[in-house]
Write a protein that binds this ligand. Structure first.
Ligand code: NI
Length: 138
């Protein structure tokens, strides 16, 4: 970790009150850590906007496994992109629904494309790509 720099920030009192309430709800006990996390979040978003940047994240899918050929399609997609899909967790949520969480890693453009193909498959009720960082640049 590099040395700490201290900065002063001028901010509207009303905005600061809103910020304090927001970070309290999120469990922060001080502003500095909340500011640092906001900055890191923006930097991670920026990294994901660079198509060739190596990124890591998770894809969460909820789907009805009775939808014809859906399970096969999702499995086929995962095998096609096995180099980018590092791990998969499958839970049988109920009689009908499954939850899958995939850990994905690779070029930002590839990971987004794979996530899009999985999430947009017919029968997937909800899907989300969560983007995070390899940790080294922050
Ligand atoms: Ni299942």
């Amino acid at each position: 970790m590099s040395e700490l720099s201290r900065i002063g920030v001028a901010i509207d009192s009303d905005l600061l009150d809103k910020f304090d309430r927001l970070i309290a709800e999120r469990g922060y006990t001080n502003r500095s850590e909340a500011f640092r996390d906001l900055i890191r979040d923006e930097l991670v978003e920026k990294a994901w906007a660079s198509p060739n940047k190596q990124v890591v994240g998770t894809v969460t899918l909820v789907y009805d496994h009775h939808v014809r050929l859906l399970s096969e399609k999702l499995t086929e997609l995962q095998h096609t992109h096995f180099r980018c899909i590092l791990s998969t967790m499958h839970l049988h949520l109920s009689h009908d629904y499954c939850l899958e969480v995939l850990v994905v890693k690779g070029k930002a453009s590839s990971v987004k494309k794979i996530a899009g193909a999985l999430i947009s498959a017919k029968g997937v009720k909800h899907g989300r790509l969560t983007i995070t960082t390899m940790g080294e640049d922050l």
